[in-house]
Design a protein around this ligand. Structure first.
Ligand SMILES: Nc1ncnc2c1ncn2[C@@H]1O[C@H](COP(=O)(O)OP(=O)(O)O)[C@@H](O)[C@H]1O
Ligand SMILES: [Mg+2]
Length: 285
């Protein structure tokens, strides 16, 4: 990773109010954040903290009120850069229904590359590849409105992948899904990062999803309150309660088991870690 910055926020503030309003309220204030190629970053923060604003600043949907956002060195405030930036950074939103534009799955995924003016043969190839990446190839001729929420969200992700972005920014992509759909989407996003090297910024309010990231950024009250590994973040009880956040459920269970005298580490963050710990305990005990 090193210094290979893909997106950088430099002293970024953003306000929805215009200059004429008496008191300017900032949705984001003085944000400094570098997103490196290949990283999987989770962004946590309670409602209204500024997460969606951050997502929209990352691909020039919004330009900062002050400060700068750069995508591969391109200034997002420059209208000339809007098109190349949208190709590099794809944003997936919360509601899959608002992102599906066509009635057949493969037509929906083709929509983005068609707008980029990609030749038809290459579109075909990109659409198939994108659908395979989200495990929806078998559904390519299905009607979009009949899909489950999780499947729709995977089609929305495929639509972004077909534009071959460098980075996916997902703004609470699982918030409207049932537990099954949440698992599907999270597992696809993880494999896009781990197996295909896709840079991922994953905004969520599920602690167990954030626990799977390489790095967790907490936004609180329009500012970055923390930027560290999941282990460091979820060990900091004071920080979490200050920001209105909790540890993942599995961590609470591990903590209780540990207190009850079982030799389970109290800082377990994921199901995999828990399974491993329990196997070790049952083998030794
Ligand atoms: N379109 C908008 N117009 C005015 N204020 C907005 C708009 N969108 C968000 N805000 C305000 O900006 C702040 C940050 O919102 P947002 O980025 O949506 O937070 P989050 O995604 O973390 O819930 C909130 O106070 C919210 O009320
Ligand atoms: Mg939001």
């Amino acid at each position: 990773m090193g210094n290979d910055k893909l997106i950088s926020f430099e002293n970024v503030s953003f306000s929805y109010s215009d200059e004429s309003s008496e008191e300017i309220r900032y949705a984001l204030k003085d944000i400094n954040l570098a997103i490196h190629r290949g990283e999987f970053i989770a962004v946590l923060g309670h409602n209204g903290s500024g997460k969606s604003t951050l997502a929209k600043l990352s691909n020039s949907i919004y330009a900062p009120s002050s400060g700068k956002v750069f995508v591969e060195g391109m200034d997002t405030s420059d209208p000339e850069n809007e098109f190349p930036i949208r190709k590099k950074v794809g944003v997936v939103f919360q509601n899959p229904d608002n992102q599906i534009v066509a009635s057949i799955v493969e037509e929906d995924v083709a929509f983005g590359p068609e707008n980029l003016g990609i030749p038809p043969a290459e579109i075909r190839q990109r659409v198939d590849e994108a659908l395979r990446a989200v495990d929806m190839y078998g559904y390519r001729l299905h009607e979009t409105h009949r899909l489950s929420g999780g499947q729709k969200q995977r089609v929305a992700i495929a639509g972004m992948l077909a534009m071959q972005p460098e980075c996916l920014v997902l703004d609470e992509p699982t918030a409207m899904l049932d537990p099954m759909g949440r698992k599907e989407v999270m597992s696809i996003v993880r494999s896009l990062n781990r197996e295909r090297g896709m840079t991922v910024v994953y905004i969520t309010h599920y602690m167990e999803e954030a626990a799977l990231a390489d790095r967790v950024v907490i936004i609180d009250n329009s500012r970055i309150a923390a930027d560290a590994s999941p282990k460091q973040i979820f060990a900091d009880q004071a920080l979490l309660s200050r920001c209105g956040l909790a540890v993942p459920e599995i961590t609470q269970i591990a903590y209780l088991l540990n207190k009850m005298g079982f030799s389970v580490p109290p800082d377990i963050l994921t199901e995999e870690e828990m399974i491993q710990a329990i196997q070790t305990v049952s083998r030794s005990g």
